[in-house]
Design a protein around this ligand. Structure first.
Ligand SMILES: [Zn+2]
Length: 160
């Protein structure tokens, strides 16, 4: 059994524009890799390099929990931004290496951009949430009604 290391965030965080750009970069990389996995495409090498660059700022270590017990932890080499970036990258690492691939889905609502990890027994869930399911079904119903009305023949009777 794999013990998931705790992440030690013991640094003060200074939010900045460069940090925001790095968060956007890793988010885009993870989104690309999720799309690749769901659509069974080859993984994008540039996205993988971006994720690996963030993973490289962290390293596993051991820490004494109490008495004779040690626990695994992750530390970061970047004191200022690692506390934000590394947990995101480690979550993706965990998803791509330890999760069941067939449980990662893209929400079937055309207007939703989310991916989700399906924990149902059958792993056949299609929407990220009940709200998304309801919105998608309402939209499908609306389009169906609109289509029916578009094909309703118009009969014009002129009375003389
Ligand atoms: Zn959704």
């Amino acid at each position: 059994m794999l013990v998931e290391p705790r992440f030690i965030a013991c640094y003060s965080l200074l939010w900045s524009l460069p940090l925001l750009e790095r968060i956007k970069g890793i988010r885009a990389a993870i989104r690309t890799l999720c799309t690749n996995q769901v659509e069974q495409q080859p993984f994008d090498r540039e996205a993988l390099l971006t994720l690996n660059a963030i993973l490289a700022i962290g390293y596993p270590a051991l820490e004494v929990a109490s008495g004779q017990e040690m626990v695994p932890v992750y530390r970061t080499r970047e004191a200022d931004q690692g506390a934000v970036l590394l947990p995101i990258a480690l979550s993706a690492f965990h998803l791509f290496t330890q999760a069941e691939r067939h449980r990662l889905h893209k929400c079937k609502n055309d207007r939703c951009i989310l991916f989700f990890y399906d924990t149902t027994k059958s792993a056949t869930r299609q929407w990220c949430s009940l709200d998304c399911m309801n919105r998608a079904r309402s939209l499908r119903h609306y389009r169906h009604i609109k289509k029916e009305r578009a094909f309703t023949p118009l009969i014009l009777i002129r009375v003389l």
